[in-house]
Design a protein around this ligand. Structure first.
Ligand code: GLN
Length: 555
């Protein structure tokens, strides 16, 4: 299809009202109609990518097949649309300026004065243009981070404005996602902030073609009329989106509101096939259906901010839906465990999961939780750091190497069972220099991991600097650790598991990034199955390892 069509998503009033999910769901509507779609996120911050940012700042760093470290919204896009995205799908102000300044230093601008318009905006447009080429998308959805009125996002919005005249009205569509606040005292929903943000958008030259108005309360027809009138948008292009309890219902709600057909009409396109929503409806029904609840303790360092573990949470949900259980997460702060606090949640859990992480803080608490899982035979899933610490715990308490550690946390440990990879030693830059993206992993026959995958070869996404130290492989294996996943030449351990345990698996990669609502990840499914079995067997009877619990006075 030529030319490429573009749909731009901007946000108004406040952030965090689901612009990313809306864009992802619109992507699904279009894919269901037979179009190749991709989504791009434009992030206004100056970091080159979120890879160097604390999860407290920005939630999880989502990793793509090609190793790009991206905004967590790309996780929504991939989960909803189920197409692998490309590194060009996340652009930051930092990347744009770095490129323009590098060109200027090379003399590429031949003595010109470099300005935001046109040089920065041209670079932004060039990057938007790359998406169709890199992904083969016929319709490119572009989401601008932040809300209209932010100083940082102005060059992005200006670029989107220019694109309408560059490529034509019939090839561009602007969707503005806003929020309708509810005033408790008068029990009213207010449209004024939406009107203001549309006025702001107009003042920079963008007239929205559609307004998606998020609200925590039902929105009456008169409010819809009012938004249409005051914001000069067709009435059927005002889409109230009342907060729903099931994330994966959003595409169905947008479909019901006629969004898919309206977009096609505005872009002059004909649907190539009828959307098939049966699978999605079934998924939402499954979420709603009452199910037995099992509890997984997620032992991490950023647990106050659940967004920091977005994909892990989603992967647990997907697996729970597949096997008919509600997976409830107990968020456990690993540093608290070190102080003897928070153990109730670990002891009451049917399974324990240690996700990825960086830095020393809280690692000892995670190691204690892992020991608890191993000795009490509680299902355990370790993701990246969670696998590395599983090996450290085993070396300390089974091999008897008391000070065993990862060289990341104790560079002078006598037993560096996890160590820096040789090719990483010389690297001093922190950004984008880890082992990133998709790598093959061969499953070793007869192992639990192989049984869960039921395939001999898989490809999984990575984001780490440290590896299992091969010098300890024989020793670990002799005491019952099995290396159930290996790199093609067998040089790197990708998956470790314990032979004498119902389910204790650690992966050097991040399986959570490849879990999809209707394609749950096999290892998460295996884990949740084991969690359910453990729940049914009411494991609490014989706990052999009891951590030191702080007394009330110590707390
Ligand atoms: N910090 C560890 C490493 O760099 C683990 C990283 C992770 O969990 N993603 O290898």
């Amino acid at each position: 299809m030529d030319p490429t069509k573009y749909i731009f998503f901007t946000g108004g009033v406040v952030s965090s009202v689901g612009k990313g999910v809306t864009a992802a769901a619109v992507g699904r509507l279009l894919k269901e109609r037979g179009f190749a779609v991709a989504v791009q996120k434009l992030d206004p911050y100056l970091n080159v990518d979120p890879g160097t940012m604390s999860p407290y700042q920005h939630g999880e760093v989502y990793v793509l097949d090609d190793g790009a470290e991206t905004d967590l919204d790309l996780g929504h896009y991939e989960r909803f649309i189920d197409v692998p995205l490309n590194k060009v799908c996340n652009v930051t102000t930092g990347q744009v300026y770095a490129e323009v300044i590098a060109k200027e230093r090379r003399g590429d601008y031949l003595g010109g004065t470099i300005q935001v318009i046109p040089h920065i905006t041209n670079e932004i447009k060039r990057r938007i243009g790359q998406v169709a080429k890199a992904t083969g998308a016929e319709i490119v959805l572009v989401e601008v981070g932040g809300t209209v009125g932010d100083i940082e996002s102005l060059p992005f919005l200006e670029s989107l404005r220019q694109m309408r005249s560059d490529i034509g009205r019939e090839n561009t569509l602007y969707i503005h996602v806003t929020f309708l606040p509810h005033i408790g005292a008068t029990n009213e929903i207010k449209t004024k902030p939406t009107q203001h943000s549309v006025a702001e958008l107009r003042s920079i030259g963008i007239s929205p073609d559609m307004i998606v108005a998020r609200s925590d309360y039902p929105v009456g027809e008169e409010l819809r009329d009012k938004i249409a009138l005051f914001c000069d948008v067709e009435r059927r292009a005002v889409v109230p989106m009342v907060t729903c309890d099931v994330l994966y219902e959003v595409p169905l709600l947008l479909e019901q509101a006629g969004v898919g057909d309206y977009i096609l009409k505005r872009l002059g396109l004909e649907a190539r096939r009828q959307p098939e929503w049966e699978g999605w409806k079934e998924l939402v029904e499954k979420v709603r259906r009452p199910k037995p609840t099992v509890r997984v303790a997620l032992v991490g360092k950023y647990v106050e901010l659940h967004d920091a573990y977005m994909s892990v949470r989603e992967a647990l949900n997907h697996a729970g839906l597949a096997v008919g259980a509600e997976v409830e997460i107990s968020w456990v702060h690993s540093a608290e465990l070190e102080k003897g606090r928070g153990w109730e949640a670990v002891r009451n859990a049917d399974g324990i999961l240690v996700p990825g992480g960086f830095g020393t803080r809280g690692t000892e608490g995670k190691i204690q939780a892992i020991r608890f899982a191993r000795e009490n035979k509680i299902p355990y899933l370790g993701l990246c750091l969670g696998m590395q610490l599983m090996v450290v715990e085993f070396a300390r308490n089974v091999l008897g190497h008391e000070n065993a550690n990862s060289a990341e946390f104790d560079p002078s440990t006598p037993y560096p069972v996890i160590d820096i990879m040789p090719e990483q030693r010389e690297i001093t830059d922190m950004g984008g220099t880890m082992r990133l993206g998709l790598y093959p992993c061969h499953l070793q026959p007869g192992t639990r991991a192989a049984a869960a995958y039921d395939r001999p070869l898989v490809h999984e996404r990575h984001r780490h600097r440290f590896e299992l130290n091969n010098a300890y492989r024989d020793e670990l294996e002799a005491m019952g650790m099995r290396f159930s996943g290996l790199s093609p030449e067998g040089k790197l351990v990708e998956i470790a598991e314990l032979a004498d345990h119902p389910f204790m698996i650690g992966t050097q990669f991040h399986p959570e990034f490849l879990s999809r609502p209707n394609r749950p990840h096999p290892l998460f499914v295996g884990f949740v199955r084991a969690v359910i079995e453990n729940h049914n067997a009411a494991h609490t009877t014989t706990l052999t390892y009891q951590p030191e619990i702080a007394t009330d006075a110590e707390r």
